[in-house]
Design a protein around this ligand. Structure first.
Ligand SMILES: NC(=O)c1ccc[n+]([C@@H]2O[C@H](COP(=O)([O-])OP(=O)(O)OC[C@H]3O[C@@H](n4cnc5c(N)ncnc54)[C@H](OP(=O)(O)O)[C@@H]3O)[C@@H](O)[C@H]2O)c1
Length: 233
């Protein structure tokens, strides 16, 4: 049984990750902003004893500290951390507001950094820990111009920054048993991805889990797609 932690687990990809992992017999700690209103997670909890729901707002450093201090005090082990919580603003350079730009970076980049840092004590209890930073092909500088999608400048910058977080954290943790990668789940039908997206959320998550199960230490510090293929930075 592998111990997973998932941020942004109330809906979308995070919620589907919880469902598929519990169904296959793994243990899941699900972080969400408002556990009281996370109805889908509460439903899952009724049929899965290995689900623990915890409060986590990645925008709020104290919430992140409290979440992982509590888990650490319980002796929790985290083998796999999905740094999944995220938001998007689709507006481009000309119209995105400075406040929204800051908010997207705060949640997608600073939030992922805080979760990664404060989760380290629980990750260090694992003999084979992996951090999966949920990035996006929209964060690939090399792929810019090669896709129809784009214009979401704040989001793209946040995911490019997240990719650097992956690279640097993998280097900083090289002497530990903790590996760090960026993942792209593909374009997925969630509130963020919208109705026109390529994948149903079940299909994306199933692919992501297959891809992550097959990662080897040689792939540490890289950027990988839901198809298991490397994505250029
Ligand atoms: N969908 C796609 O096509 C796609 C493609 C590439 C990458 N991704 C990435 O995959 C991840 C999940 O996306 P999704 O499509 O599942 O999005 P989603 O359906 O919009 O769900 C986003 C999740 O993040 C949570 N969240 C947002 N801000 C948070 C905060 N400050 N603290 C804690 N949780 C917070 C939301 O919680 P609340 O319910 O509390 O708002 C929700 O659970 C994101 O990082 C996204 O960038 C998605």
């Amino acid at each position: 049984m592998t111990n997973y932690f998932i941020s942004g687990a109330s809906r979308g990809i995070g919620l589907e990750l919880c469902g598929q992992l519990l169904t296959r017999g793994d243990r899941v700690i699900a972080g969400c902003r408002n556990p009281e209103s996370a109805h889908f997670l509460s439903e899952l909890k009724k049929s899965h004893e290995h689900l623990q729901i915890v409060q986590l707002d990645v925008d709020d450093e104290q919430s992140v500290i409290d979440c992982f201090e509590n888990l650490n005090n319980e002796g929790a082990v985290i083998d796999r951390l999905f740094n999944n919580a995220g938001i998007i603003d689709w507006r481009d350079l000309h119209v995105v507001s400075a406040d929204s730009f800051s908010q997207v970076l705060q949640t997608n980049l600073r939030g992922a950094f805080l979760v990664l840092r404060h989760a380290l004590p629980c990750l260090k209890r694992s003999e084979n820990a992996w951090i999966y930073n949920m990035s996006s092909r929209l964060g690939s500088i090399e792929l810019r111009g090669n896709t129809q999608l784009g214009g979401a400048i704040a989001y793209e910058c946040s995911k490019a920054g997240l990719n650097m977080l992956t690279k640097q954290a993998a280097i900083d943790l090289a002497n530990s048993a903790i590996k760090v990668v960026s993942l792209s789940p593909g374009w997925v039908k969630t509130e963020m991805g919208g109705e026109d997206a390529k994948y149903e959320v079940q299909d994306s998550v199933s692919k992501v889990l297959t891809a992550t199960d097959q990662l080897t230490p040689a792939q540490n510090g890289g950027f990988w797609g839901e198809d298991g293929k490397e994505i250029p930075w």
